[in-house]
Design a protein around this ligand. Structure first.
Ligand SMILES: [Zn+2]
Length: 147
């Protein structure tokens, strides 16, 4: 920034003011004192915003489970606050991975471990995921072949 450049200084100050206004929102879940954080976390809207990123992260190094998303104490407001922080830190990397690889793993359908008919051509295991009329390896997400 050049000294005396008022326009840049005003823009920088405006950006600082916007950042200050956003911070209290980040504490929203913690401050809400939700009496039933677990019930809130399982509502359809919360489930919908969990399932998208969780599906995109499936079988990548960014995969996560319910407890990773929420933390261990379902009785505190921190339960929902952890969810917001976790998603803010993970979702960008998940989106980058999907965009870079150009691959989105199929959803988990009906599954069977140690299936007697199908074997994975990649990992040689028999962990079948039946989804959309196909037999897909549960671990590698590739079509399986019959033994
Ligand atoms: Zn496999």
């Amino acid at each position: 920034m050049l000294r005396g450049d008022g326009r840049l200084r005003r823009r920088w100050r405006a950006r600082r003011r916007r950042r200050r206004r956003v911070r209290p929102r980040r504490r929203l879940y913690r401050a809400a004192d939700e009496p039933e954080p677990l019930s809130r976390a399982t509502e359809p809207l919360f489930e919908a915003v969990r399932l998208g990123p969780q599906q995109a992260a499936r079988n990548t190094t960014h995969g996560f489970d319910w407890d990773d998303l929420h933390g261990s104490d379902p009785g505190s407001g921190e339960y929902l606050a952890h969810r917001a922080r976790f998603k803010r830190s993970r979702v960008p990397r998940i989106a980058e991975t999907v965009a870079d690889t150009g691959f989105l793993a199929p959803p988990r359908g009906t599954t069977e471990h140690n299936n007697a008919v199908y074997v994975c051509p990649e990992c040689e295991r028999s962990e079948v995921n039946w989804i959309a009329g196909m037999e897909v390896c549960l671990d590698c997400d590739v079509p399986m072949r019959e033994r």
